[in-house]
Design a binder for this molecule. Structure first.
Ligand code: ATP
Ligand code: MG
Length: 393
């Protein structure tokens, strides 16, 4: 079947009045963003309170659906056959041909749902339902009408043209990107943080990201892997401004001055401070990490509290209650898993102590950090000033 358009269905709860425009405009923007990489020419527009994607000429159907399935806010995608209005007799034939081609198995129930945006059409919606139902029954005697729970709901919409559709392909749900501000994701090369970014962006939050790079302890390949992960997340979240911070000197300084069992937790506090600096600079409303309770020493309740203590922005941890297995399942679904498991060292694995503290006490950690007083401000300033910014799209 050749489809000429897609009708985009979105959840309408809570998007009345002014919000509705914001929601629809953000949806249209994000649909355009994902379709720019798809073979074909598309015209994305709002009309009669709905969002449509019109396809001009040849296009790749599978890729288009794959793209639309990544647009948060979409609950359903209906492939539409668009017909020129050549009168009702012609429409009857077209409807029969549509049903024939779409449903090889005729042993199904159906219902016709006609709607007219063009009120000058000679038949009312009720008349259209009856007449079109009649011709389908005549053409396919195995088919039956069920007005309550039909297997097939055939929508016939009369506008300048006539739209036929009956299938709904599920979308990802959520809210369109940009309808809920933006947040800064601490993005490592691991499995968890890309999933965390995906989950927050699903609720309409645009993303920026910060990656802490420690050359020569972490390789150029490790950085490329993070850029690749950002690209994969960007397919859902839209363009991501990725900050690549050179963290080596700060790490070495902490290594030199602080008790080794506290390295990880102190390092994480400085990561949060630097990420928060960029977040505030760009108007982000929170930080996002891939932490989950108890996964490693730096993710015990005590460690999370000590890490949190340096932040003034809220820290969102969407994976907090997830087991690794559940996180892996999502990363497979969103296609980041294969990249995440590539074997490049991330900066934390180099400086990990054999027995890191699992119950850090804030006062003790702050006391250790006093050993850093002499140079840390300058090192932080340098790290911030030399940060590389990569626009990932
Ligand atoms: P991930 O799989 O996301 O790397 P992890 O299980 O390896 O997580 P940690 O290394 O303790 O856990 O990191 C916890 C969180 O801290 C990560 O999810 C990420 O948000 C952030 N993080 C860790 N390392 C870095 C880094 N090098 N750059 C940016 N963020 C980082
Ligand atoms: Mg990690």
């Amino acid at each position: 079947m050749k489809f000429h358009s897609f009708l985009i269905k979105y959840g309408e709860i809570g998007i009345k009045g002014k919000n509705r425009y914001m929601f629809e405009d953000a949806l249209v923007r994000q649909i355009r963003f994902v379709l720019k990489d798809v073979d074909g020419r598309f015209f994305v527009h709002k009309s009669y309170g709905r969002v449509y994607v019109d396809c001009e000429g040849e296009y790749d159907y599978e890729e288009t659906i794959e793209g639309l399935k990544k647009v948060f806010g979409i609950v359903g995608i209906c492939p539409v056959v668009r017909l020129e209005d050549k009168g009702f007799e012609e429409l009857k034939k077209e409807v029969v041909a549509y049903m024939d081609e779409m449903y090889a198995d005729k042993n199904q129930t159906f219902k016709v749902e006609a709607r007219r945006s063009k009120k000058t059409y000679p038949l009312t919606s009720m008349e259209m339902n009856c007449e079109l139902g009649g011709v389908i029954l005549d053409a396919f005697p195995q088919m039956r009408v069920d007005v309550h729970k039909p297997d097939i709901r055939l929508n016939v919409e009369v506008r300048e043209e006539i739209y036929l559709y009956s299938e709904i392909i599920p979308g990802p749900g959520g809210m369109p990107i940009g309808t809920n501000g933006s947040a800064m994701l601490l993005l490592s090369g691991g499995i968890d943080s890309p999933v965390a970014g995906y989950m927050v962006s699903k609720r309409g939050v645009a993303l920026e990201a910060t990656y802490f790079h420690a050359p020569p302890y972490t390789s150029e390949r490790a950085k490329e892997k993070v850029v690749d992960l950002a690209k994969l997340v960007a397919k859902y979240a839209g363009p991501i401004r990725l900050h690549v911070v050179n963290f080596t000197d700060i790490q070495l300084y902490i290594y030199e001055k602080c008790p080794h069992e506290e390295l990880t937790i102190i390092m994480r506090r400085y990561m949060m401070k630097i990420a928060e600096h960029f977040a505030k600079e760009d108007g982000c409303l929170g930080l996002i990490t891939g932490e989950s309770i108890g996964q490693v020493a730096s993710q015990t309740m005590q460690s999370l509290a000590v890490t949190n203590a340096v932040c003034t922005l809220p820290v969102y941890r969407p994976l907090i209650g997830f087991d690794k297995k559940e996180i892996v399942e999502i990363s497979e679904k969103i296609d980041t898993y294969e990249t995440s498991i590539l074997p490049f060292e991330d900066c934390c694995t180099i400086f990990v102590a054999k027995h890191p503290v699992t119950r850090p006490v804030l006062e003790r950690i702050e006391k250790s950090e006093q050993n850093l007083q002499e140079k840390i401000d300058e090192l932080m300033r340098t790290a911030i000033e030399t940060t590389e910014i990569i626009e990932v799209r």
